[in-house]
Write a protein that binds this ligand. Structure first.
Ligand SMILES: Nc1ncnc2c1ncn2[C@@H]1O[C@H](COP(=O)(O)OP(=O)(O)OP(=O)(O)O)[C@@H](O)[C@H]1O
Ligand SMILES: [Mg+2]
Length: 378
């Protein structure tokens, strides 16, 4: 309703209430007689003052007063002069009406102010909610972008490692092998440089072994050819030999091939966790357990080292870490595959647990008996 129409409606309402009050007074004539001419009109004045405002109230008072003057004050049904008691009554009526209108207006204004304040509050609340929603969406987008970026970086890192590993093996390795053959020929030919050639051949042999080790550590060919189980056994053997740390690897009897990125993620997790044990834990034993459940594969790596310092562990669990990228990268890989990474650590050692969902057809190849509970090094 527009403002003008609303005002017109209020005037109409006040007018109707005043006329209604006069008619009511007329209807109550037999009961009131010539007494109480103003009683019913008070109702119209109060109603108009409360709901309609100053202007409509003045209209109601004017109509009421005119009606009373004409019909209910002697001489009746006439506008001719009344006696001074009636004038006095009229003045009292006007004065009280003015007070009622003033009170009504004050009440209406305070109600209007309260409603306005409530409306402003509601708007501010809505605005705040919109901004929170907007910020949440922005945050979510930023998080998604960060995840996508880290997943991309890890993929690129894997590709890079694979590329360098292949280059070392296929190119540098082949040249070194050719060099070794030629040096072998020199050594076999005899002469005064034969001993030096044999010595060079031995050095080249060491280079070949070293190159192959670096290449295999960067990206073991076994992982692509034979799968996670073989690559993990190969890596664990080499790690135990190099570090002197005893590693107990428990794999399901027949672990079938998993999807390529899952095998790579599991292998990198073993690699990173063992490197961490060697670098940070000061432990002497590690237990690695791989358990395939109905819907997921679980890899747990537990050491008997000194544990992660509590404040660093808290930072790692809350923010994903501030120290290195090893555990954070591991978590990203698992998250990218729909899985998760848990870290438990105290003064008796650290356990890193990666859980990743696996495809249904793969899970169904495992019977429940094969779901052996992880037995970790104690
Ligand atoms: N097995 C462990 N025992 C004791 N402390 C550990 C172990 N694994 C990790 N930590 C602690 O957690 C921190 C974070 O490990 P993370 O692998 O993320 O980084 P980093 O090994 O320091 O560096 P990066 O892996 O990037 O080379 C380590 O700096 C170390 O303090
Ligand atoms: Mg690390």
């Amino acid at each position: 309703m527009s403002r003008n129409r609303e005002l017109a409606f209020k005037y109409l309402l006040a007018g109707v209430s005043a006329v209604g009050a006069l008619l009511l007074r007329e209807a109550l004539g037999p009961a009131f007689g010539v007494h109480y001419p103003y009683h019913t009109v008070w109702l119209a004045v109060i109603f108009s003052a409360w709901y309609c405002g100053v202007g409509p109230s003045v209209l109601a008072i004017a109509i009421g007063m005119t009606g009373i003057w004409y019909w209910f004050l002697p001489p009746f049904n006439s506008f001719s002069a009344k006696d001074h008691t009636e004038y006095f009554g009229m003045v009292i009526f006007l004065a009280f009406s003015a007070v009622i209108v003033a009170l009504g207006e004050a009440n209406r204004r305070s109600t209007a102010r309260r409603q306005q304040a409530e409306e402003e509050l509601r708007k501010a609340h809505e605005e705040l909610e919109d901004r929170v929603k907007q910020r949440t969406a922005e945050l979510q987008r930023a998080q998604e972008a960060a995840h996508a970026l880290s997943a991309r970086i890890l993929t690129l890192q894997d590709e890079e490692r694979r590329h360098i590993a292949r280059g070392l093996h296929d190119s540098l390795g082949q040249y070194l092998s050719a060099l070794k053959i030629n040096l072998g020929l020199f050594a076999a030919a005899g002469g005064k440089e034969a001993a030096r050639a044999a010595e060079c051949s031995e050095i080249v042999e060491k280079c070949i072994i070293e190159t192959r080790t670096i290449s295999y550590l960067l990206h073991p060919p076994l992982l692509d050819e034979m799968g996670f189980a073989s690559a993990a056994r190969w890596y664990v053997d080499g790690f135990a030999r190099r570090s002197g740390i005893q590693v107990n690897l428990n794999l399901p009897e027949q672990l079938p091939r998993l999807q390529r990125d899952l095998e790579l993620a599991l292998f990198r997790a073993v690699q990173e966790a063992l490197t961490n044990v060697h670098r940070h834990s000061d432990g002497s034993r590690v237990g690695i357990d791989v358990v395939v459940g109905p819907r997921q594969i679980r890899l747990a790596i537990k050491d008997n080292g000194r544990g992660i310092p509590p404040e660093r562990l808290r930072a790692l669990l809350q923010t994903g870490g501030e120290a290195g990228v090893g555990l954070a990268g591991m978590r990203e890989r698992m998250r990218d595959l729909g899985g998760s990474l848990e870290i438990e650590s105290d003064s008796l050692g650290t356990t890193v647990i990666a859980t990743v969902p696996i495809r249904e057809e793969l899970a169904s190849t495992f019977s429940p008996e094969e779901e052996s509970v992880a037995k970790v090094a104690s």
